[in-house]
Design a protein around this ligand. Sequence first.
Ligand SMILES: [Zn+2]
Length: 229
Amino acid sequence: MKAWDYLINLVYPPRCAVCTELIEMGNNGNLCSECLDKYESNNGIVVKYMGDSAVKNTNNLTRGYSVFDYSDIKLSIEHFKFKGFKNDGIALGEIMYTVADRNFPYILKDADILVPVPVHSKRFKERGFNQSAVLAKRLAQISGKMCCENAIKRVRYTAPQSGLHPEQRLKNVKNAFEINQKIDVRDKKIVLIDDIFTTGATINECANILIKSGAVQVDFFTLSAAVTR
Ligand SMILES: [Zn+2]
């Protein structure tokens, strides 16, 4: 280990990217052995069963997958998103890729562009990054796909979806997004990337905008899903 890495590890001891427990120095896997076991047997979750969710008019979404059940990775997402551990997102993006490649490779192979669900500029300033873009960029890097971070803009500042009822969630994100006119999505197959899928209200709103702007297919792929199954 280089001296500089050693110092970094002293100040920021390495933590498991999934459960956030401290892991041994020099462990390059980013996961503790327990989570590594779990993740190696993880087949991902199919989350597109809209019949059960509050999402209506979901015809614009073709397929949807998640890697973790939200409750299994809640701590990690909070660590990454709210405590500024951006690098955790890079490790999580790698896990997303591995699980997809093993279980549903077509979700990325079929894609022309990966588009992260955007955050509002105000939230971007608070957080310093868009968590979905961190995941999407890493996924794009490994899969050789293009990531279009600014294809969709969040034009309205919305309350966090967590804590809202399904109907309120739909209302909350209604007209919150706009297509970026500089990005041509016509005839493109797009995969929307996000950290959490709950009712699908946000993803659905983004898909509608992409289809309206000429995209031929919109799938989604999220790090976690909090759907009731
Ligand atoms: Zn762990």
